[in-house]
Write a protein that binds this ligand. Structure first.
Ligand SMILES: [Zn+2]
Length: 272
């Protein structure tokens, strides 16, 4: 690989793997359960999320995009999706992500941070119904806040894929206060209404692509929570990428669609 970017390796860096879902669509996988995506159009490439920006992330993206101009977008503000933003001069995100996009989950290595080429990168706002035109491939933005207030989902009209960020995945939807479940239900119904426009869902964690039928189960599970008769299961023995993240959460599950949420009245230890 020709390395355009200089890299500061850290002792707890995890390995990358990447593969083609289609000839013009890459999954770039970091560590145990974190995926980002690179969509290639005729003229431009769209990188969806920047993981933690560890190791050779930017060099891998640079190699795979070829000679296309690169557009970078974050699905939401959490640092496992924004940590590599400072490799790039500008990054698109929902304006509600501006404030927290650079807030790491813990202290950052100073040498690593100093090495980043664009510490003051430009944040470009994208709101609901914005369309990225990659040349022969259009990608539409939907504002879908529940897991996080700045969450967007992306419908790739070229390859008929739905990228929901962390709003839902194959193992769980991590929600926050009780009202987030209501927001989640509204979002899922909206995505379900658009189901004829995509064939698979591409979450960032726990594996992808996944079937559209997850949405049906997520909607039913959320309806039951909101209606006061949740399908509660033990929080153990289920696939999970951040077990115990929400102290005191309940877990409702239908099929493989699980919703982690806080019961009404409880306030999370950390905000989203
Ligand atoms: Zn998240």
């Amino acid at each position: 690989m020709i390395r355009k970017y200089s890299i500061v390796d850290l002792p707890d860096d995890e390995p990358y793997r990447w593969w083609k879902l289609y000839d013009d669509t890459y999954v770039i996988h970091y560590g145990e359960a974190l995926d980002t995506f690179l969509l290639l159009g005729d003229k431009k490439a769209l990188q969806i999320d920047t993981a933690y920006g560890r190791g050779d992330f930017a060099n891998i993206v640079d190699m795979l995009k070829g000679d296309r101009d690169l557009i970078v977008v974050n699905t939401h503000e959490h640092f496992d999706h924004t940590g590599g933003n400072m490799f790039f001069p500008e990054v698109h995100m929902h304006p509600l992500a501006f404030e927290n996009a650079d807030k790491a989950f813990g202290p950052l290595d100073e040498k690593w941070l100093k090495n980043m080429p664009y510490p003051n990168y430009t944040k470009i706002p994208v709101e609901d119904s914005f369309v990225f035109d990659l040349g022969g491939r259009k990608v539409e933005v939907l504002h879908t806040p529940a897991h996080c207030k700045s969450s967007i989902s992306l419908i790739d009209h070229g390859r008929r894929l739905l990228f929901p960020g962390d709003e839902l995945d194959s193992g769980q939807a991590n929600l926050n206060v009780f009202d987030s479940v209501k927001a989640f239900l509204k979002n899922c119904r909206r995505l379900y209404e658009r189901r004829d426009e995509y064939d698979f869902i591409m979450p960032n964690h726990n594996g992808c692509p996944v079937s559209k039928s997850y949405l049906v189960d997520f909607i039913t599970a959320a309806e039951h929570i909101v209606d006061g008769h949740p399908d509660l299961v033990d929080t153990e023995d289920v696939q999970n990428y951040c077990h115990g993240f929400f102290k005191g959460h309940l877990r409702a599950q239908i099929g493989n669609s699980c919703i982690n949420y806080l019961p009404e009245g409880l306030v999370p230890e950390r905000g989203f």
